[in-house]
Design a binder for this molecule. Structure first.
Ligand SMILES: [Zn+2]
Length: 264
């Protein structure tokens, strides 16, 4: 009984974080029965083999049937971490793929060799299946992008955390402190991504107000984009007034560590 419960917990966990991992784990325990010798090692090998084969060869084909495709990486478009791809969190509608290409080309005109770095997008299958912890990333139309940073005044491709989340560009004294407003209203989760950095790196870099504004302007130039979410103090600081840039509400999380964009 306890064994069954443990299997169930693993299946739920893998489904929540990778979408396909739960089913593959279930297959694995059907293939390698509990009576077998060295069953744990055998299961680990079988699971890893099927998981990797599916993730890199089968899922990209199947996703087309669900109207989604893998983000097309180029010299100018890169994932912040390989885990985004390994966990199947890099799927979008074809229209968003095209829009990302256009944004990256437009942005690079101003900042040579500076990449568009993406974070979580959507899973490959099923509308309304959320990509936790982002509840709205459930239709192939949403993606998070990194801000742009500088090192000794020079724009760099480096980012401040391993996951790409959780290192905030905090409000200055005279700026609106939205995270305090939301916390006071009882939304404890608003500040939560600070625990999701998976490690701070590149401590020498700092937020580039100018390059991040240029990136947001490149995004705004694409008519397919419906909304952009960033933290209110950054919108003011970067002198942005376009009505597509919205406040996401206290039910979401802070957006001074990344930019959220979505199609119309
Ligand atoms: Zn998002």
């Amino acid at each position: 009984m306890i064994k069954k419960l443990l299997h169930l917990i693993i299946i739920v966990f893998l489904t929540v974080f990778t979408q396909i991992g739960g089913i593959i784990y279930f297959l694995t325990i059907l293939i390698i029965k509990s009576k077998q010798e060295n069953k744990r090692l055998k299961r680990l090998i079988v699971f890893s083999a099927i998981y990797l084969f599916s993730t890199f060869l089968i899922v990209p084909q199947l996703a087309n049937l669900f109207g989604r495709e893998k983000i097309k990486e180029t010299e100018l478009i890169k994932a912040n971490t390989i885990f985004t791809k390994l966990l199947n969190r890099n799927y979008v509608k074809p229209e968003l793929n095209k829009t990302l290409q256009k944004i990256s080309i437009d942005f690079e005109k101003k900042h040579k060799e500076i990449q568009l770095v993406y974070l979580d997008a959507n899973f490959p299958f099923i509308d309304k299946f959320p990509l936790l912890p982002h509840l709205s990333h459930n239709d192939g139309k949403k993606i998070d992008l990194s801000f742009v940073y500088q090192e000794n005044g020079k724009i760099t491709n480096k980012k401040p955390s391993i996951s790409g989340y959780g290192i905030y560009e905090n409000p200055k004294n005279n700026e609106i402190k939205q995270f305090e407003i939301c916390k006071k209203k009882g939304y404890w989760q608003y500040d939560f991504p600070k625990y999701l950095t998976f490690g701070k790196i590149n401590r020498e870099i700092e937020f580039s107000e100018k390059a991040s504004r240029d990136l947001i302007n490149s995004i705004l130039r694409q008519s397919e984009i419906g909304k952009i979410f960033i933290e209110p103090h950054l919108k003011t600081r970067m002198n942005l007034s376009n009505s597509k840039i919205r406040f996401h509400g206290c039910k979401a999380v802070r957006h001074d560590d990344h930019i959220h964009i979505q199609l119309k």
